[in-house]
Design a protein. Structure first.
Length: 266
């Protein structure tokens, strides 16, 4: 089924207070609600997909606690805390039948949320998510690499890696450092996974799309099949000539895949 196009609203940021935390949220477009959760690479990496998905959906894209220059709140200890925070977020906005999508660490957050309240969701899309451990297909460990090398390892295209490295400016260094502290807080030990997650993934009984780069070095493609085996209604879509960030390297393909998946789940 092809996505139905609607007139898109202009993107705009607002702030929503959830408990004691003030959440910056980008809204764009109109139509069925799509909640997009960014990964450890930061919010800006999702902006091109947000812009394209807004042609067919009402996109809500928050910046996670501990990202965007704000220090991590005291209550933030693990990824499951972020998932619970976003359940409060859904309550605060009275959102149901939500199309939820997340990239990398955002995919892990999305999966944790979906195990807890699949009834709030219409569909789930996970873009190379962290969250489960696959010893036989271990990838690189970004915590053991200097920032520039870890960043370059996320890409298949040297040109895309060069462009990303060029954005590591002195002006953004404080924000990047703060975000690395948050990432370590959430994913240092155990490394980028929750040992309990895989036993609860069977609860996600909604249409689920797994998007994966064929050249992902952080979570090699065997992870896609491992996730698919644990999710009742999952299908895998591999993206050729692509590293760990399909939404950056192949924005058009990812946006089209998300829109088609969400439309089919309505």
């Amino acid at each position: 089924m092809e996505p139905t196009h609607t007139k898109a609203a202009e993107p705009s940021f607002d702030t929503i207070t959830i408990g004691s935390h003030r959440a910056p949220v980008l809204r764009a477009g109109s139509g069925p609600t799509a909640l997009l959760l960014h990964g450890e690479e930061g919010f800006d990496a999702l902006r091109p997909v947000i812009a394209r998905l807004a042609a067919t959906h009402s996109v809500i894209a928050p910046i996670h606690p501990g990202f965007g220059g704000d220090p991590a709140p005291d209550w933030l200890d693990r990824v499951s805390d972020v998932a619970m925070y976003y359940l409060d977020f859904l309550d605060a906005l009275d959102l149901r039948e939500v199309h939820l999508a997340g990239a990398s660490m955002g995919g892990w957050i999305a999966a944790e949320l979906a195990t807890r309240s699949p009834d709030r969701l219409a569909s789930l899309a996970l873009i190379a998510p962290a969250g489960i451990h696959l010893p036989e297909a271990a990838g690189i460990d970004p915590f053991l690499m200097v920032e520039t090398l870890a960043l370059r390892a996320m890409y298949h295209s040297p040109e895309a890696a060069d462009a990303a490295a060029a954005r590591l400016t002195p002006e953004s260094e404080d924000i990047r450092l703060q975000e690395r502290v948050t990432i370590a807080r959430l994913g240092w030990s155990p490394r980028l996974h929750d040992p309990a997650l895989r036993k609860w993934l069977h609860r996600i009984d909604i249409p689920t799309l797994l998007l994966w780069g064929e050249n992902d070095r952080l979570f090699p493609p065997a992870h896609a099949q491992a996730w698919a085996a644990l999710l009742p209604k999952a299908r895998v879509q591999m993206i050729a000539a692509c590293g760990h960030l399909p939404h950056v390297e192949h924005t058009e393909a990812v946006a089209a895949a998300l829109a088609t998946h969400m439309e089919a789940a309505r």
